[in-house]
Design a protein around this ligand. Structure first.
Ligand code: UT7
Length: 329
């Protein structure tokens, strides 16, 4: 029997309607469009507005659209891995909430927390269930309502992040398409450089933690930038090297969208020209777990069967990694 690989067979995405522009941010914090554009590449980001709306509410339209595209019902899904840093609630898992909302009655599921690397950690994890033969349809969802943990008085974070959600379906392939190689890394030494201090078991939410604004994301931007710019490029280069690939062999780089300068550094390092690099940061900012699936969704029509894709991400934790996959449709 030929080897089973886990192939992406459908992708979809959802972004909320509300557009928060750099110009609107200028009215909220001391910043300006020119600074944000040149330092990050971001012009605007989407915000999920409205009472009672959470991360799962972006996942529902994304996943329902995916099922429709693939022509399958929710009941056919075996497993849902929901990669998120802003779950609807600390527990139960947002994967369970989503399964209930879409009617995925036969799926089990869990949440995966790896900050901005979540989606590629999710693909890597989900692929194991396909490769082993255990499951036939594994849904990987990556999404965040970052606006729920952002302090819109903190210009170090509020200019970067946005809300959005994407998803991909993994199915078995025996023709050599799909996920070929992955390199995933973590280093807890970076934990205090990008984190949400309160709300967990170390500092449960109290009036004091809220007054001190410790329920918001905190980032030492410059320090994170230094780690991100080298590690994301290094790990992408490592995947190419392990698979005897050069930039010429790669059709597309699908990078996490944290900062255009980090994306450019990664592309340069692996020898890719700009037209092979997927960038939508100017419209969505950093949607954390949402960036990579939103890129796949927006570029889906340009991909050709057999295209070599390199996915790469870096995020809080620290976590980082890269995936080499052959597009399957
Ligand atoms: O997605 C997961 C991982 N996260 C990342 O990869 C993000 C990595 N970090 C970054 O993208 C960048 O560090 C930021 C975009 C967050 C910040 O850019 P930077 O080039 O590192 O800026 P900086 O913090 O070094 O600040 C440079 C200057 C400072 O002024 P002085 O001291 O040079 O006068 C800041 O006070 O820019 C000032 N500044 C701002 N000015 C206008 C910092 N933030 C802003 C702002 N608007 N929002």
């Amino acid at each position: 029997m030929s080897k089973i690989t886990a192939a992406i067979t459908a992708v979809n995405g959802y972004v909320p309607d509300y557009v928060l522009t750099n110009h609107e941010l200028e009215t909220m914090v001391e910043t300006n469009d020119e600074w944000i554009t040149t330092r990050t590449g971001i012009k605007e980001r989407r915000i999920l507005k409205g009472e009672g709306l959470a991360t799962s509410d972006m996942a529902v339209p994304a996943v329902e659209g995916l099922l429709k595209k693939r022509g399958i019902s929710a009941e056919e899904i075996d497993l849902i891995i929901f990669c998120t840093t802003t779950p609807d609630m600390p527990f139960p898992a947002t994967a369970n909430v989503l399964a209930h909302k879409i009617g995925a009655k036969n799926a089990w599921g869990y949440d995966l927390q790896a900050a901005c690397s979540g989606f590629i950690f999710g693909l890597t994890t989900g692929a194991q269930f396909i490769e082993s033969g255990k499951h036939k349809k594994v849904l990987i969802v990556g999404g965040d309502k970052m606006s729920s943990i952002i302090n819109y008085q903190d210009r170090a974070t509020c200019i970067i992040f946005g809300d959005g959600c994407g998803c991909a379906l993994l199915e078995p392939n025996t023709e050599g398409y799909g996920i070929i190689d992955t390199v995933m890394k973590s280093d807890g030494a970076g934990a205090q450089l990008l984190f949400q201090k309160a709300g967990g078991s170390l500092h449960p939410a109290t009036h004091q933690t809220v007054d001190a604004k410790e329920h918001y994301a905190y980032q030492e931007g410059q320090a994170v930038f230094k780690f991100a710019v080298t590690n994301m490029a290094d790990v992408a280069a490592e995947v190419l090297e392990r698979n005897n690939l050069s930039g010429d062999d790669i059709a597309w780089l699908v990078p996490h969208q944290a900062n255009k300068r980090i994306i450019d550094a990664t592309a340069n390092r692996i020898g890719l020209t700009p037209e092979k690099v997927i960038v939508n940061i100017e419209r969505y900012g950093n949607t954390t777990n949402g960036t990579i699936p939103l890129c796949l969704w927006e570029w889906e029509s340009k991909f050709k069967k057999g295209d070599n894709l390199i996915l790469a991400a870096f995020g809080g934790g620290f976590t980082w990694g890269s995936i080499f996959l052959k597009w399957a449709y």
